[in-house]
Design a protein around this ligand. Structure first.
Ligand code: NAD
Length: 484
């Protein structure tokens, strides 16, 4: 299978916050990989723009170090890194003042795609948008890319949307959710809508329930104070888990086109039922002999912010009425693993008798590590001794199917940045989607705050609080094991 890399149009990409953590860890090493793959035109340029005092030579050194630190060893080739760095420039600008904006305007080329990545705190989004227009730097085809967190509630998300809308049209705004850039997430759409096998079964008649798990092994560590203002619901559920839920639950869009896909996702969010508190479990990790508890990490002995949350969501529409979507995410869990599992119902009648047991088909879609999909099917256990049934996985993992080319699969950030240059918004959140997600999330948060709900303690590196297991147990179900 030959990999096809189609170069994008020539571009000038400005990274505001180009010296920051996200730019150094993800954006710049990702761009280097796209350069190595031949996807970046030779004349394309990347312009770091930040408050810190540097010249272009120093910025190139920062990026060289970042590529060395955050890329795989076999990707680091001195000559290639050197050629890539020639595409880099640096301008010192202040988002809140006038310094540097004239220099940036002079540096930008006409007649190429212009993209502006806002890799800075959201409080600066409005200032950047305003100054880009005031200084005549952004044309009507220019794109801006913004990072999470996109608000902390409906009111602040609306305000951010309004601030951006004063200066940019919705078709120019790319709200990044890197979960949507993952190969498997797009493959989920290919599997659902490119095959006839799955879609007829994709409803409450055949699906027993769906589980979405995003488990991390890290705690909140050094950024505890920052995290404590948000918690798992705001940090993970409102954006990443809800986006995954939308892709699983949405109706087939008429075309694979940005607005057709996003219209369908929006309908799912609007069909989500409110959740009562019996179907929400919040937790905080406990201390180990050597590691601090969540509250110690957060620096607040009375913190009520959750480092873990599990929810049962119901969708009020014809396709999904009665099928629970169980979502959970947390810090310091037993493994780093993100997965969506579609658990089908048992066959209506077993011709093999009770002793053959129950064998439900499960489609599991793994986002990390080892992106791929597996379909659990039931077959006869080979050999003599009668009809005994066993479950085997039909493995659709990319690494096996694509061989060495699996290494060339772009990571989420790389893919999404190239989509920005191509002008394809399909994998980016639209403003109304973000607001609808907050409109559903806000009352849940308000309700536990009003009850002064205290999160349940859970053992570090476990599967989360016992109550989360009980929530499914009461309904005759169980969580899938969290494993790498
Ligand atoms: P950071 O603090 O490491 O970097 C911030 C950057 O912004 C620096 O380059 C700094 O020079 C620049 N900056 C600050 N004030 C400025 C001003 N007035 N004018 C111009 N430049 C200014 O932050 P980060 O971790 O890279 O995060 C950037 C954004 O990405 C934030 O919105 C964050 O929430 C989001 N984000 C970060 C991560 C991550 O892994 N770091 C993940 C998801 C989202």
């Amino acid at each position: 299978m030959a990999s096809r890399v189609i170069p994008v149009e020539d571009f000038d990409l400005v990274i505001f916050g180009g010296t920051g953590d996200l730019a150094r860890r993800k954006i710049l090493p990702g761009l280097y990989r796209r350069f190595c793959s031949g996807q970046m035109p030779e004349t394309a340029r990347i312009i770091g723009a930040a408050r810190s005092e540097h010249d272009t030579a120093e910025f190139r050194q920062i990026v060289r170090d970042a590529i060395r630190e955050f890329s795989k060893k076999n990707e680091c080739d001195d000559a290639l890194i050197g050629t890539f760095l020639e595409r880099l420039h640096y301008v010192q600008v202040d988002a809140k003042g006038e310094d540097g904006w004239g220099d940036l305007r002079d540096l930008m080329r006409k007649d190429v795609v212009k993209a502006y990545y806002f890799s800075v705190a959201p409080s600066l989004f409005g200032d950047l948008a305003e100054r880009l227009q005031a200084h005549g730097i952004a044309d009507e085809d220019a794109r801006i890319v913004v990072e999470k967190p996109f608000g902390r509630d409906l009111a602040s998300a609306k305000k951010l949307n309004q601030d951006l809308a004063k200066h940019f049209d919705e078709t120019q705004i790319y709200r990044i959710d890197h979960y949507l850039g993952k190969e498997t997430v797009q493959n989920l759409m290919a599997v659902r809508f490119g095959n006839i096998l799955f879609e007829p079964l994709w409803n409450s008649q055949y699906v027993d329930h769906i589980q979405i798990t995003v488990a991390e092994t890290v705690g909140v560590g050094g950024r505890g104070e920052y995290y404590d203002k948000s918690g798992a619901m705001r940090d993970m559920v409102q954006n990443h888990l809800m986006q995954l839920l939308c892709l699983i639950a949405m109706e087939p869009p008429s075309r694979f086109d940005p607005d057709a896909v996003r219209d369908e996702k929006l309908k799912v969010i609007r069909a989500l039922e409110p959740i009562d508190h019996h179907h929400i479990v919040r937790g905080q990790y406990d201390a180990t002999e050597t590691e601090p508890s969540y509250r110690e990490d957060a620096g607040d002995p009375r913190s009520r912010t959750e480092s873990f949350i599990a929810l049962r969501c119901m969708i009020s529409n014809w396709r999904w009425a009665g099928t629970p979507f169980y979502l959970r995410t947390g810090k310091k869990l037993k493994a780093r693993a993100s997965e969506i599992a579609v658990v089908f119902k048992d066959a209506p009648h077993s011709i093999f008798g009770e002793e053959a047991g129950r064998h439900a088909n499960v489609l599991s879609i793994r986002l990390q590590p080892n992106e791929g999909m597996t379909l659990k099917v039931t077959i006869k256990e080979p050999g003599p001794g009668g009809m005994r049934l066993i479950d085997v996985p039909l493995d659709m993992s990319f690494a096996d199917a694509l061989g060495e080319e699996a290494d060339d699969i772009p990571d989420a950030y790389e893919r999404l940045i190239m989509d920005v240059i191509r002008g394809n918004q399909t994998l980016f959140m639209r403003g109304d989607e973000v607001q609808a997600a907050w409109a559903w999330t806000d009352p849940l948060i308000e309700s536990w705050e009003a009850r002064s709900d205290v999160p349940k303690l859970y053992d570090a590196y476990s599967s989360g609080p016992e109550d989360a297991a009980m929530m499914l147990h009461r309904e005759g179900r169980r969580w899938r094991e969290i494993k790498e």
